[in-house]
Design a protein around this ligand. Structure first.
Ligand code: ADP
Ligand code: MG
Length: 319
């Protein structure tokens, strides 16, 4: 099968929203008046961002999910995406599985695949997503203020538990492995939550590299520091009660785990009710885990309000 047959068979469908999709030299979108276009791009490299053990269906889902998560963090509504694939060879079993996982998530978000590029090379998946957000309403990293509450959506750290099991660094009961593996391989982008947080959150980011790093980006951009409460954060590790691990190690999964694709965001304390309304609209839990303060850095406080000495970091491809 040649390049163009491959594209036509797996990646070409009539767009639902775009003016022109796959098959021409350019795709065409009709921007809406009063909206800003939100754009984000991500590359996934085998061995770096996913393991060869992942099924093609789940990989197709995850490749799009990590990009939709960026739109969610900005409060943008997904509209369209482009897909660049480097494939070592034409493997139709792989392609049909990948396309199935990709289309299922794209359809769930009414997001059109409008173009891309296909080449031969080591397996790499690059996706550029486009979304829209009313002008001036995008959630940014730079809006947090001292005194704001800090929240995270969903659960944190479970994806990293599965990764550590794959790496042979941790052993857990089979049922825990299956549950955490789902979190690693099938993340849920919090698109509806992000949209519902427009006008409510003062700053937001998605958690791809771990809470410490991604909250750290908000704090750096906002020129603030933060206090997090260990006993509020600890229950976020969903598999925690089923693990035979000391609390400090469970906390490390929550704070430094990565690959969660939840949202971390800040909001003024007088928006607590509005945050819970947004959580219901987003069909997810949100948990308040701390407070933005003047200064810099993240302090982790114990139940007595004492700062923990233990250091928590986050994932860095070049560190
Ligand atoms: P060009 O020659 O301009 O680079 P291509 O021949 O690479 O265009 O691609 C032909 C059409 O197929 C274009 O509309 C392009 O956007 C689309 N396309 C190529 N690869 C993919 C892909 N993996 N997924 C979706 N669309 C793709
Ligand atoms: Mg091309």
């Amino acid at each position: 099968m040649g390049e163009f047959d491959l594209i036509a068979r797996y990646f070409k469908r009539p767009p639902r929203q775009a003016v022109l999709g796959v098959g021409d030299d350019c795709a065409l979108l009709a921007p809406q008046a009063g909206m800003h276009l939100a754009l984000s791009t991500d590359a996934l490299v085998e061995g770096r961002h996913f393991l060869s053990t992942v099924s093609p269906e789940r990989l197709g889902h995850k490749a799009l999910a990590v990009s939709l998560s960026d739109l969610a963090a900005c409060g943008a509504q997904p509209r369209a995406f482009m897909l660049s694939l480097a494939l070592p060879r034409v493997d139709e079993v792989w392609l049909s599985g990948f396309a199935q996982g990709l289309w299922a998530l794209a359809d769930a978000h009414n997001c059109d695949l409008i173009g891309g590029d296909t080449t031969q090379g080591p397996l790499t998946i690059s996706i550029t997503v486009m979304g829209d957000v009313p002008a001036g309403q995008a959630l940014l990293r730079s809006g947090a203020q001292a005194g704001d509450d800090i929240y995270v959506s969903g659960t944190l750290g479970d994806a990293r538990v599965a990764l550590d099991v794959f790496r042979g660094q941790l052993s857990v009961p089979e049922a825990v492995f299956e549950a955490t593996r789902l979190r690693m391989e099938l993340p849920t982008p919090r698109v509806a939550l992000g949209v519902a947080l427009r006008g409510v959150a003062s700053a937001a980011a998605d958690i791809s590299d771990g809470l410490m790093g991604d909250l750290g980006h908000i704090l750096t951009a906002s020129q603030c520091g933060a206090d997090l409460h260990a006993e509020w954060a600890l229950p976020l590790l969903a598999c925690g009660p089923a693990l035979n691990l000391p609390p400090a190690q469970q906390l490390a999964f929550v704070l430094s785990g990565g690959d969660d694709y939840e949202l971390v965001f800040t909001a003024s304390p007088d928006r607590r009710d509005a945050v819970q309304v947004a959580a219901r609209a987003g069909d997810t839990s949100v948990t308040r885990i701390g407070t933005v303060r003047a200064g810099e850095g993240i302090r982790i406080l114990d139940a007595q309000g004492q700062a923990l000495a233990q250091r928590f970091t986050s994932f860095d491809h070049f560190a």
